[in-house]
Design a protein around this ligand. Structure first.
Ligand code: GRF
Length: 194
């Protein structure tokens, strides 16, 4: 079976990266994680990559004077490592037109809300503050507009009376770990001509 070579971009903890790594251990999986890129040196996910013998590197956005130079460096490394698809797994930088155009239809993101509700960085807190009774997460293709783009999968969780930020975020994260690998795998199946 042909496996699509995927780059995973992270900024922190890397629990979604872990879910992807675990999923890729299955023989039937359609993707291989070729490269992990973090924009933060202290991202815990980098350790996970090491433990699993996955090549990783830090591209610190603060070292570049423009967003474009930062993105060109990511793009160059992805190309050098023959990556065919990008999975954003808690990558906390907004990507610009240059990068998104180049990787059109080949960038997937996970967001902790039922889009189009609660876009942005504080999705879980915003959902609690709003008082929704059903929350969840979404995988989607990355488009020029933040947290837009074609929806691939969604999972919902019931918000209980006693839920606070921590408990709800944990329940949503559990669902993220289920739908992100499946969404990526489905996308890779469709791209097996690459
Ligand atoms: C997740 O909640 C994801 O939805 C959001 O950032 C968080 C990343 O968590 N985009 P982790 O680094 O994968 O543990």
């Amino acid at each position: 079976m042909i496996r699509i070579k995927v780059a995973v971009l992270i900024s922190g903890r890397g629990s979604n990266l872990k879910a992807l790594i675990d999923y890729a251990k299955n023989n039937q999986c359609n993707f291989d994680i070729k490269l992990v890129v973090s924009n933060k040196e202290d991202a815990k996910g980098l350790q996970l990559a090491k433990e699993n013998n996955i090549k990783s590197l830090v591209i610190n956005h603060k070292k570049y004077s423009t967003r474009r130079e930062f993105e060109q460096e990511i793009d160059r490394n992805l190309t050098d490592n023959n990556c065919q698809l990008i999975c954003l797994a808690g990558f906390m930088r907004i990507l610009s037109e240059f990068f998104i155009d180049k990787w059109q239809g080949k960038i997937i993101n996970i967001h902790p809300s039922l889009l189009p509700a609660f876009k942005g960085e504080n999705a879980v807190k915003d959902a609690i503050d709003y008082g929704v009774k059903i929350a969840g997460c979404t995988t989607h293709l990355v488009d020029l507009e933040v947290d837009c783009g074609k929806i691939l999968m969604q999972e919902s969780v019931v918000v209980q009376e006693n839920d606070d930020y921590e408990s709800l975020a944990a329940k949503i994260l559990e669902k993220e770990h289920q739908i992100l690998p499946i969404s990526l795998n489905n996308l890779c199946k469709g791209l097996s001509w690459l």
